[in-house]
Design a binder for this molecule. Structure first.
Ligand code: BDR
Ligand code: CA
Length: 323
């Protein structure tokens, strides 16, 4: 049986790959995409979601979300994702148009309509989710779970302790954490366990037809940024992990524990995860990702994107292990 999902995102290069995977995974039924301000502004993330869907040849409704965080000022990550959020490769606009309903209202409507059935995957700042919770908590209780890319255990990428998505709107994360839905957090400590290399994107370009060429082209500047900022030869497919875990929860090992969010000061945006149970009187509100099955996650990405090229992928893997 397929799992019904909604993807809340801020495309964003790695969000774009996550959209492809959510569209293509046979384990998932992607009901809709909601956009949020994050990597770039809301006009651009909404436009980008539509562009990516067009490139993926998919017709999925897109709902525009919040244009700024609940309390914090606007901040964008265009140095990593390019000014247009998709690596600056001059993409044609999509023919598909966004829906008129707002993202929070769509989340509310779907929470009511499909009570207990939808997994909400968030791979951007959690502003839409928090606004929907504040507006109609009863409807939002109708979600089966939240799987969220954000935060981390003992690591940060925008400050030494904070991850970008959670740092942009920490008040929203706090609301979502305290709301009490089953919550899986996939932070930097797990997303950084997998790197996609320039060779991986070369493989996609060679075997993956127009889609492979598109995915490969938008990642070039993103790969350059990873080299500039972290000395990586390749990039981290953060957002894809959340989609992969929705499709196959066995890809990560988790610890069930209390997580709180620091909203201000030196630790703003830090997900404070009590993995060793130091606060044993606090509710265990989050399944915190700790370890990824790296090989199976890579397999998920390649076989979901290009199921018809499984043989070529096997050949590529054999080549890699012979090096
Ligand atoms: C997260 O921040 C964004 O830049 C990426 O799209 C990802 O969601 C990683 O910290
Ligand atoms: Ca993102």
């Amino acid at each position: 049986m397929t799992k019904k999902v909604i993807l809340d995102c801020d495309p964003g290069v790695d969000d774009a790959l996550a959209i492809f995977l959510a569209v293509r995974s046979p384990a998932l039924e992607l009901l809709g995409i909601t956009t949020v301000n994050g990597n770039v502004g809301i006009d651009q993330t909404t436009k980008n979601a539509l562009i990516v869907l067009e490139q993926a040849n998919a017709s999925v409704p897109v709902y525009r979300g919040m244009k700024q965080p609940l309390e914090k000022p606007l901040y964008s990550s265009s140095d990593i994702h390019g000014k247009d959020g998709l690596g600056g490769v001059n993409l044609p606009e999509s023919e598909q148009k966004e829906e008129s309903l707002s993202a929070p209202d769509y989340l509310i409507e779907m929470g009511r309509k499909h009570k207990g059935q939808i997994t909400l995957i968030t791979v951007g700042p959690m502003t839409n989710v928090a606004v929907a919770i504040q507006k109609d908590p009863e409807a939002m209780k109708g979600y089966k779970e939240i799987i969220s890319m954000g935060g981390g255990v003992g690591t940060g990428n925008i400050t030494p302790v904070a991850e970008f998505n959670y740092w942009v709107d920490p008040e929203a994360v706090k609301i979502a954490l305290e709301f009490g839905l089953p919550f899986t957090m996939l932070g930097l400590n797990v997303t950084h366990q997998t790197i996609l290399t320039p060779n991986d994107f070369h493989f996609m370009r060679i075997v993956g037809g127009n889609e492979g060429k598109f995915i490969s082209s938008i990642h070039q500047a993103y790969i350059d940024a990873y080299w500039r900022y972290g000395g990586y030869m390749g990039c981290v497919p953060h957002d894809s992990l959340a989609v992969a875990v929705a499709a196959d929860p066995t890809l990560v090992e988790t610890v069930h524990c209390h997580v709180d969010m620091a909203t201000d000061g030196l630790t703003r945006g830090q997900s404070v995860a009590d993995v060793l149970n130091a606060w044993n009187d606090k509710p265990k509100n989050v399944h915190v990702g700790m370890k990824v099955d790296r090989e199976r996650f890579r397999d998920f990405i390649f076989t979901t994107l290009f199921p018809e090229h499984e043989q070529a992928y096997i050949q590529y893997k054999a080549f890699l292990s012979s090096q």
